[in-house]
Write a protein that binds this ligand. Structure first.
Ligand code: EPZ
Length: 408
């Protein structure tokens, strides 16, 4: 695979920025949005709360009324994980929220205890009943909050609630992902007072009111790094535009160790692999560690690498489900708890395989590009949730790939 690919905004940022629009009356405009299935799903959630939402290509306009509905129970809620990020804004605006438990990738148990504990420390009561999480508060007041784990979703919900709370909130062991920084930047543009974005300590000085703004989403580092893995796995040469290299530093370093030539500049990086990749070990961790969302791509690379790799998954206990599909293609991979050992094979063989979630689907396509024969990847609707124009981009880079039927 050879060529250049442009990457647009990050799924795991735009969906939270859309939820943050609930915090301010008026029209919020978000640009550089990815044209993926999850954006219209989040729009449906916001419409059910009384907003009007217009999606115009890569621009989303969200008009939030003075009175927002506090019940988020539309059927769209169960189709994506990010829907839970309306919880914080609704408690902040309405002092009450009834939110259907989120859906999204079945990669682990994914509880909401840290979201709820954070809101409780801001003064809300919260419980789960009949498939919804309820949170209520007379008032929200600032607090010192420790997270057991730097959860992305919990950090985002607490941050958005604290922005309109009385007084100062300190979130310790907060998530540091670039998507958290992007949310902080938009909240600050809206008038929020936040210090420490990108560090593990966020300090939020509550303000009485926020204003609707225009904001450009950061490039999707997971999509960008996927193309980097595509180049390394298929012995290709791909230039990725639209993602800040510092958001994928560790990923590029791992590919350098595997034997790839890496060049970077402002919002661009190039990955060229002109021989069989070397086996490398991967350990998934919160940012700036190796992203769990790239674990399936690391597995696909390891399946064809020269040598044996150990891959350790520290975030989602069921994210190795994908391995069974790789084994259908002749991969020598086995798991033991949250470790997987992969002995690289010179060749994989084509087979019908099933995508179990967004990233697993992409991992299977990368493995299919290295397999003898024609691999059929089924249930690719998962991939549509996170990758705009995936098949077209692959074709443009020289891959022999086509989409047949709705789900294959
Ligand atoms: C976000 O999920 C992303 N999703 C995930 O990407 C990503 O894998 C994850 O962050 C980690 O980077 C979205 O942004 C929509 P967490 P989130 O809360 O917020 C545990 C993709 O492929 N936890 O940081 O759900 C949890 O079970 C998706 O795009 C609790 O125990 O992740 C997990 O083990 C998949 N209690 C760990 O923390 C809580 O209250 C990290 O979860 C919250 C989380």
């Amino acid at each position: 695979m050879v060529g250049e690919v442009d990457v647009v905004g990050a799924k795991n940022s735009v969906l939270k920025l859309m939820a943050a629009a609930l915090l301010a009356e008026g029209t919020t405009t978000i640009t550089n949005c990815p044209e993926i299935l999850d954006v219209p799903l989040m729009a449906e959630v916001l419409r059910s709360l009384g907003c009007s939402v217009e999606i115009d290509g890569t621009t989303v306009h969200i008009t939030t009324p003075s009175e927002v509905e506090h019940r988020a129970t539309s059927s769209a809620m169960g189709k994506l994980r990010a829907s839970v990020c309306v919880l914080g804004p609704l408690v902040a605006r309405c002092r009450r929220a009834v939110v259907t438990l989120p859906g999204g990738d079945a990669i682990g148990s994914r509880p909401l205890d840290m979201h709820q504990n954070g809101l409780r420390q801001l003064g809300a009561s919260s419980h789960i009943e009949h498939g919804v999480v309820v949170a209520e508060a007379e008032d929200l007041s600032g607090a010192q909050i420790w997270l057991d784990f730097p959860s992305v979703g919990a950090t985002e919900n607490i941050l958005m609630a604290a922005a309109l709370a009385e007084g100062t909130t300190v979130i310790d062991n907060a998530a540091r992902e670039p998507e958290i920084v992007d949310l902080c930047v938009m909240l600050q543009q809206m008038g929020a007072k936040i210090e420490g974005s990108g560090t593990s300590t966020l300090t939020v000085y509550g303000v009485p009111k926020l204003e609707a703004v225009q904001h450009r989403v950061i490039g999707d580092r997971i999509v960008g790094a996927t193309w980097a893995f595509a180049a390394a796995t298929t012995c290709g040469d791909i230039t990725v535009r639209g993602v800040q290299p510092q958001h994928v530093n560790l990923v590029l370093e791992k590919l350098r160790i595997a034997g790839a030539e890496i060049t970077t500049s402002d919002e661009e990086f190039r990955v060229a692999m002109n021989r069989r990749p070397e086996a490398v070990d991967f350990v998934t961790l919160p940012f700036p560690g190796f992203p769990t969302d790239l674990q399936p791509m690391a597995l696909a690379l390891s399946a064809v690498a020269d040598g044996t790799s150990m891959i350790t998954e520290n975030l989602f206990e069921s994210r190795f489900r994908f391995i069974e599909e790789l084994v259908r293609m002749g991969a020598d991979a086995r798991t033991d708890g949250h470790h997987a050992v992969v002995r690289g094979q010179q060749h994989l063989s084509s087979a019908p395989v099933w995508a179990t979630d967004i990233r697993a689907g992409v991992g299977l396509v990368l493995a299919g590009l290295c397999a003898d024969g024609v691999t059929e990847v089924w249930d690719v609707f998962h991939i549509d949730r996170g990758y705009p124009d995936f098949v077209a981009n692959l074709g443009q880079l020289g891959a022999a790939i086509e989409r047949v039927g709705e789900n294959a």
